[in-house]
Design a binder for this molecule. Sequence first.
Ligand SMILES: NC(=O)c1ccc[n+]([C@@H]2O[C@H](COP(=O)([O-])OP(=O)(O)OC[C@H]3O[C@@H](n4cnc5c(N)ncnc54)[C@H](O)[C@@H]3O)[C@@H](O)[C@H]2O)c1
Length: 335
Amino acid sequence: MNKRKLRFGMFGTGNFGPFFAKYINEVAEVVAICDPSPAARTRFLDSTQLKVQAFESYRELLDSVDLDAVALTGPNHTHKDIAVQAAKTGLHVFCEKAMALSVQDCWEMVRACEAAKVRLMVGQKRRLRPPWARMIQLRDVLGPVVAISTVGYFQGEFQGWWTRKAESGGVLDCSGVHELEWMRAMCGDVAAVSAISAPQIDSRFDFADSIHVSLRYRSRAIGFLGVSLSYPLKKYREVYGAEVVCRDGGMRCVSSIQHADVYWRLRGENVEHHERFEETGDVPIGAEEALRREMREFVRWIEEGTEPTLTWEQGLRTVEIIEAAHRSALESGQW
Ligand SMILES: NC(=O)c1ccc[n+]([C@@H]2O[C@H](COP(=O)([O-])OP(=O)(O)OC[C@H]3O[C@@H](n4cnc5c(N)ncnc54)[C@H](O)[C@@H]3O)[C@@H](O)[C@H]2O)c1
């Protein structure tokens, strides 16, 4: 007998929602969507060709459709309220990054889900993407991380809610969420954060559009993350390679539009190892595999109780770092 598939409601059908629906439908079933924008709802239905119920308000959807889980693919500031309400309705929650705008909001989501005994996962998938997963694995060869840096200086095409701090959260919520999570996967928990923002360049944003974050990990590793949303020389897919100094060697990742190259070498070795990761389809390198895996693991977590790679914890820890970095940049003033 065929097992009944989990029924998902999707909240937010802008750019990411229609793209993500495919991965939900591989292991479960999207049965309803919600978006306050009629144009976004129509685009979703046209582009996915799914025959699902469409709602304007999330409460209307939660009140009228029989669901097992929700996928929160709307603006960052909408995640907390919908997650809490969904949990109170007894639904499992898959939430896109950034988890919420503040650590306090993240805890509210966690408590609501724990009280309702439902699962909560945040889609911060960088550690699942093959080039970055390979670098995590290479620590077994190269030893623990001593210093790590990753830079995301690019020209963003952010519009609307992304440009407003009250809705996106700020510069690191626009870009850097996945990277901070991957850096934590490489180095462990963060002990101290300090940051500075350069003067704002792009008037679209109501916050400083760059930030330069220095991190100290409990392992004593040192980290650096630089983000600029207004750097004209690179596109998003060309940034966020990494340079990593390890106790017994080093590794780096060079990210480009079509592929990512991981180079590594043990101290004293004559040759540098080179591994290339090619892009498949029209999504960034390894993203397809990561999206598939995170959703498959979320569904298995609900159906079989199998512990997934990602839970809410990675989402919450990342918001902790983001909040500390934004606060530090604000307190240091702009240079
Ligand atoms: N994991 C990833 O790699 C990845 C990639 C892109 C975006 N995202 C995340 O997905 C989310 C959406 O990003 P996007 O690029 O699709 O943004 P978007 O602006 O293209 O779409 C957001 C949509 O949400 C709708 N919306 C606004 N308020 C809502 C509400 N209360 N309920 C339901 N829908 C609402 C908007 O009308 C819009 O159609 C963000 O949290 C973003 O960070 C994740």
